[in-house]
Ligand binder design. Structure first.
Ligand SMILES: [Mn+2]
Length: 328
């Protein structure tokens, strides 16, 4: 069975935990902020969540998983890789089996958060590649393909052995938007072949897999054949988490939309995940933003969750029936 998780940060309140529990969700994907990455803080959060029947399925620290010092190979990268590894050890000790990594030194690139043509008056992330390509470079200089891969290999050589020892797997998110290069930074993962290359660099270790961000596959159809990739990577046990998100179209321009409003058939995608036997975690990735553009809207989040959970229950019931299973 696919497991639905809610996104949260280490600042999540008990009231918010109850709201998530009240949506019938049992798992959390936690962003531990830099002040909460030590063992005691992680355990405190875990105990608080357990009181609301919530388990931490996987976790990351934004400053460590999207880390310019590591991704761009800055002089102090060893210090940051050390911090990354310390966090992996903390997660392992706490029994949390997945840590995040996203090779995006500047985070997600979007043109704006605002009302679009397809957002029903709500604030959403909007991406216009013409605007992004016209921007100045985002860092001190241009970073090319080879050095980005060299930096990734440098990180893997130091992080993977710690993951193996701590029994914590790395879930690698694609670059978003998934294009070859933007604002002077070459992307690491912008198509399925890049994932293949990354897995090979890791010696096909079971400790490196993907955060399969469906949104990224949809944003650029050149990413790969989503349905085929779901099948292949489920078989290979490479999908640790699924980000379930729809968009209005493909690059050069897209808006993030309601699950039912984007161009993709989200029901069909869920059906493929279930038919292929995916039994990991799934979450809605990005709902709409609050009216002031700051932070994601809790009301929208609840709606996205309910819509996804309803579809998932329906798909699972249908497939169970086809397989001759009994239905309550
Ligand atoms: Mn994502």
């Amino acid at each position: 069975m696919i497991k639905v998780q809610a996104n949260c940060s280490s600042r999540m309140t008990e009231e918010e935990m109850q709201s998530v529990r009240g949506m019938g969700i049992e798992y959390l994907a936690v962003n531990f902020l830099p002040d909460a990455v030590d063992y005691d803080s992680v355990m405190r959060f875990q105990e608080k969540a357990a009181a609301y029947d919530l388990k931490i399925a996987d976790a990351g620290c934004p400053a460590l998983q999207k880390c310019p010092q590591i991704h761009l190979g800055k002089p102090d990268r060893d210090e940051w890789i050390g911090k990354y590894n310390d966090f992996t050890r903390v997660l392992g000790k706490a029994g949390i089996k997945v840590n995040y990594i996203a090779w995006q030194p500047n985070g997600i690139f979007r043109s704006r958060i605002g009302v679009g043509e397809h957002t029903r008056g709500e604030n959403a992330m909007i991406c216009d590649m013409d605007e992004l390509y016209a921007r100045p470079i985002a860092n001190d200089r241009v970073y090319g393909e080879q050095e980005i891969w060299d930096n990734f290999k440098y990180f893997l050589d130091r992080a993977l052995p710690v993951c193996e020892e701590a029994d914590v797997r790395l879930a690698l998110h694609p670059n978003d938007p998934p294009v070859e290069s933007v604002c002077g930074v070459h992307s690491l993962i912008w198509n399925t072949e890049c994932y293949r290359k990354a897995f090979e660099l890791a010696g096909n270790s079971p400790y490196l897999g993907m955060k399969m961000c469906v949104g990224c596959w949809l944003e650029n159809q050149a990413f790969g054949d989503l349905m085929e990739d779901i099948k292949t990577f489920t078989e290979e046990k490479k999908i640790f988490v699924v980000h379930f998100r729809n968009v209005s179209g493909t690059i050069p321009y897209f808006e993030e939309t309601l699950l039912e409003d984007g161009y993709a058939d989200m029901h069909g995608i869920l059906e493929q995940l279930v038919r292929c036997g995916y039994d990991g975690q799934i979450n809605i990735d990005h709902p709409f933003f609050n009216r002031d553009g700051k932070g994601m809207s809790r009301m929208s989040e609840a709606y996205f969750m309910g819509y996804m959970k309803g579809m998932l229950a329906s798909v699972e019931r249908q497939i169970k029936k086809e397989n001759g299973g009994t239905d309550k």
